[in-house]
Design a protein around this ligand. Structure first.
Ligand code: FE2
Ligand code: FE2
Length: 364
């Protein structure tokens, strides 16, 4: 029988078969012992536990491992192959709050939409909402695939950003689900998918850097979709779709809020990033316009805005043109918030759109 040798203040030096024991976790770890975050009214949030050194996120982390930030990391820990190792590559100052909000506001496309209350809309309106939902269901999943493509390359010290992107991926699964369900739920089904839609998705997915991908996806693509959801009260043919757009809008607003502040953070920390983003948006705006002017999408929206085909020319098309103006003005304002003025650079025809090139405001 092996005799235990006392060590570390009376702890055994070996195990039962004589292997030496290392009690560093119990006696020598560099933890912030005694730091005790207090739960608030909402519970114990990620903001609550960002205390002491645990709340510090290094601009350039020392390790490239999955070790939890703030743990005592073994010097021999393997490199996980991360390529996004600067905080400015992925961080946004609102990311902890956005993660908590995302977790608190998850909803169910199965339970939370009153599917049983869908009215009979008539063939034209049913076709129009089905076409819109076909396109939306097609584009939603890009905002899951894209973060998934980059997340395993992000340094794990930026875990709150990765956690937030996990919520975005879940949100997009639900958006794909809810629009697919709506297309199928009232007898219309899935309608047209066109090559132009896929070109936009391909441009986003194949962006060369994460910051370019984030600009194309969060700022441009999701911003555009968010603004469509914001028009949901006008577009939706019934209370059921209004609820669907309202619920999706909350999620989309978080994704756009992350992207906007992420890009601002990236530009503030590296001025060269602005040009990198501009280059991506120069091309991105072209494919977005091609996507937005896709006749399936634009005429379906016009029919929905007009309440049917009868008034599509005198009411639907003018409302749809006004909506496009608002969407693009909103995008330009979002760029300004991100610290990236597109007004003097964009190839969008601002005069034709009636948007003032100096202020980005729609002319009355
Ligand atoms: Fe979405
Ligand atoms: Fe999104």
């Amino acid at each position: 029988m092996v005799t235990m040798q006392p060590a570390y203040d009376g702890l055994p030096a070996t195990d039962l078969v004589g292997q030496p024991l290392d009690w560093a976790w119990l006696r020598g770890a560099r933890s912030e012992w005694g730091v005790r975050p207090k739960p608030g009214p909402r519970g114990l949030t990620m903001m609550d536990i960002a205390v002491g050194s645990y709340g510090d996120v290094a601009e350039h982390p020392a390790h490239r491992s999955m070790a939890p930030r703030g743990a005592d990391v073994d010097p021999g820990t393997p490199d996980m192959g991360y390529i996004l190792n600067a905080k400015s590559d992925v961080w946004a100052d609102n990311v902890r709050e956005l993660y908590e909000e995302a977790v608190a506001r998850q909803w169910s496309a199965t339970r939370d939409i009153p599917w049983g209350e869908l009215p009979d809309l008539g063939d034209d309106l049913e076709h129009a909402i089905c076409q819109l939902c076909t396109t939306l269901s097609e584009v939603e999943m890009i905002a899951a695939d894209l973060p998934a493509k980059w997340m395993w390359r992000m340094n794990h010290d930026f875990l709150e950003a990765k956690m937030f992107l996990c919520t975005q991926i879940m949100d997009e699964a639900r958006h794909t689900e809810v629009f697919r369900k709506r297309a199928l739920a009232n007898g219309g089904g899935l309608l047209k998918s066109r090559a132009g839609d896929e070109s936009l998705l391909r441009t986003i997915l194949q962006a060369k850097t994460y910051v370019q991908a984030s600009a194309l996806m969060h700022l441009l693509g999701e911003g555009f979709i968010l603004d469509i959801f914001r028009q949901g009260e006008l577009i939706a043919p019934s209370e059921v779709e209004k609820r669907m757009f309202r619920m999706a809008m909350q999620d989309e607003a978080r994704h756009v809020a992350y992207g906007t502040l992420h890009l601002r953070y990236a530009i503030e920390h590296d001025a060269d990033t602005a040009e990198e983003i501009h280059e991506a948006l120069d091309h991105g705006e072209e494919v977005l316009v091609a996507f937005g002017t896709n006749q399936d999408l634009s005429t379906a929206i016009a029919v929905l805005l007009a309440g049917g085909v009868e008034h599509v020319e005198d009411k639907g098309f003018p409302m749809q043109a006004e909506m496009t103006r608002k969407l693009l003005a909103s995008y330009l304002a979002r760029c300004e918030r991100a610290g990236l003025s597109r007004l003097s650079r964009t190839k969008l025809d601002l005069d034709l759109l009636g948007i003032d090139r100096d202020t980005g405001v729609i002319r009355s």
